[in-house]
Design a protein around this ligand. Structure first.
Ligand code: ATP
Length: 570
């Protein structure tokens, strides 16, 4: 873990060296004051030379101005180093999440992921800045101050040192306890975020069912759990603070008692005693410092561990080493003995065999839950087949790069997802560099030109989160426009027109039919009327492809399709 953490310093090597060097110099300058005080009291004070004392004070002040400059570099540039590393980690986790497959998102809650990518890394910058620096300076200060204390009075120095191992063990013990407590706290925050995210995005359902009280109770449970975890964390912190406080004050009083005894017995001068008191303070400062950041350190470590867990989750759908980027495809699709099972479930698809010629429109029909959507999801490799293969133009889709494969496939899903933004941004999602004219053209093809013209801000109208300000039909038209703009050679239409009124549906069907010309199209439809004109209809059931043929052929055969047809229209 430490090695992985330090790898993030590499791009900022020079910043780290500058920060580290300044921190060391500033720490060394701290040791100057007790030594100067010793000399002033023991050498200059008895001479009564006030001018010399004043000069010594001016010299000391100059040293402190210099030390202040070093402190500035450490505070600003050290934090800059921490922020840069934190920002790199955030970017890396976001980039990684983009590559994770559907299976990962099936099993992880949105709120948990948001929490991992935001909250968990909150203290990492502080650790990146203070971690190595504090550790090194703490050791250096301990050794430096102890050396000077030894040179003043070795007996007292050794007696003072005895308490240090106790304090260090105490810090390590409590730090570990805190790390466990913070890991639990991060989990609780993630649960908390998931609950809030779920509630806010489902608030319309909550209110429609008048289940506000139920939600309030569930939230209260999370809230109480979080409160208890926090209390436990602060209890550990309080124990640590209180025991270390007693031990450190004990050391100071011990130095006071023994030091004055040495002074009275004249084995130590008053100046040496004063210097010793100040040095013993500096000697204890690393422990005090560790205590003051004891919240940040274990929090950062716990956050980094969770961050690593996320980063070490491999995407289960990836490019093969020798995958090729395909510039263009014709669109011949072949499913060869395809088997598929969702994680931990029994096989959903077995021995799926069919092919679609370039430009052909095939429709998948069958009972609900039969696997029609799953079959289509295998084509852009949202999931990988468990056995068998799928080819496009004779090439296994796993031999193509994911990006080039998906560039050639356009999908209009049942459950339209629109981004919070404007109509323009959402249409242009199909082609990020689309011109104004191209956007309007796509909007016209999807029959939404008039609707956009009626909106106060036209294309720049904000549609709200997930397009909440649009009707179901408008949302679907927008998602269809997005696909017109993408203009791929292969189309997957999953109940693409189910939310439209009869008139608009007819118009859209017409547009989609035109779009399908020369493109390979897979249509999933429940209303058989929309797929009457498909070149071929495949009936999908648990047994695989049960029947296939044109509408007329299947009706005539008196099988499952004709039964489905009868159920819908008779
Ligand atoms: N992500 C998933 N993880 C686990 N099981 C899933 C997942 N998605 C779908 N399933 C299951 O797989 C089966 C097939 O689902 P699929 O959506 O492919 O069927 P479908 O034929 O398109 O259904 P419908 O006509 O109702 O849309 C269902 O039993 C469903 O519960």
């Amino acid at each position: 873990m430490v090695r992985q953490f330090f790898a993030y310093y590499k791009p900022y090597k020079w910043l780290f060296i500058a920060d580290f060097s300044c921190a060391i110099i500033a720490a060394l300058l701290e040791l100057a004051f007790p030594l100067a005080l010793n000399r002033v009291i023991d050498d200059l004070l008895p001479t009564g030379n006030w001018r010399a004392i004043l000069l010594a004070c001016i010299g000391l002040f100059a040293i402190y101005v210099l030390s202040g400059i070093f402190h500035f570099v450490v505070t600003y540039h050290g934090h800059k180093l921490g922020i840069n590393i934190e920002s790199d980690m955030r970017k890396e986790s976001f980039d990684h999440v983009q590559k994770l497959s559907f299976r990962f998102f099936d099993n992880n809650k949105t709120g948990h992921l948001v929490s991992r990518m935001t909250n968990d890394l909150m203290d990492i910058g502080e650790i990146a800045h203070h971690g190595p620096e504090d550790l090194f300076i703490a050791v250096m200060t301990l050794v430096g101050a102890f050396g000077l204390m030894l040179s003043i009075n070795w007996q007292l120095a050794i007696l003072t040192f005895i308490v240090i191992p106790f304090l260090i063990c105490l810090s390590i013990y409590f730090s570990q306890k805190m790390s466990v407590a913070f890991t639990q706290m991060f989990k609780d925050i993630a649960d908390f975020n998931a609950r809030v995210e779920n509630n806010v995005s489902g608030i319309r359902v909550v209110q429609a069912f008048a289940n506000e009280d139920h939600e309030i109770n569930r939230y209260a449970e999370n809230n109480e759990r979080f409160r208890q975890t926090k209390l436990k964390t602060y209890r550990v912190m309080a124990w640590n603070a209180s025991i270390s406080h007693i031990l450190m004050k004990g050391v100071s009083i011990f130095v006071l008692a023994c030091g004055t005894w040495f002074v009275i017995n004249q084995s130590m001068t008053f100046g040496e005693f004063m210097a010793f008191v100040l040095l013993s303070n500096i000697f204890l400062s690393p422990i005090r410092q560790i205590n003051s950041v004891i919240e940040t350190y274990p929090k950062g470590v716990a956050g980094f561990k969770r961050y690593q867990e996320l980063l070490n989750t491999p995407p289960d759908v990836e490019d093969r080493d020798n995958a090729q980027a395909i510039d263009s495809v014709e669109g011949t699709i072949c499913y060869n003995d395809v088997h598929f099972a969702y994680e931990g479930n029994e096989a959903l698809l077995t021995d799926i065999n069919f092919s679609v010629a370039q430009g052909e429109t095939i429709a998948l029909v069958g009972p609900s839950g039969g696997g029609k959507t799953t079959i289509c999801n295998l084509l852009p490799r949202f999931y990988d087949v468990t056995a068998g293969s799928i080819t496009i133009d004779g090439m296994d889709i796993r031999d193509m790069t994911l990006q080039s494969l998906r560039q050639h496939i356009g999908i209009v899903q049942q459950d339209v997802f629109l981004f919070d933004g404007t109509i323009r941004e959402n249409i242009a999602y199909g082609k990020l560099d689309a011109t104004e004219e191209e956007i309007w053209h796509a909007a016209r093809q999807a029959q939404m030109e008039n609707f956009i013209l009626e909106m106060p801000d036209g294309l720049d109208t904000f549609i709200g989160e997930r397009g909440v300000k649009l009707s179901g039909g408008q949302k679907q038209r927008l998602s269809i426009a997005r696909m017109f703009l993408k203009n791929p050679p292969i189309l997957i239409l999953d109940e693409a027109t189910s939310a439209l009124d009869m008139e608009t549906e007819a118009a859209i069907q017409q547009a989609l039919t035109e779009l399908s010309v020369g493109r390979t199209t897979l249509v999933i439809a429940h209303r058989l009327a929309t797929i009457r004109n498909a070149d071929r209809i495949l009936v999908i059931s648990k047994e695989g492809v049960e029947e296939q043929g044109t509408h007329e052929q299947l009706l005539g055969s008196g099988g499952t399709y004709s039964r489905l047809h009868q159920a819908q229209y008779v």
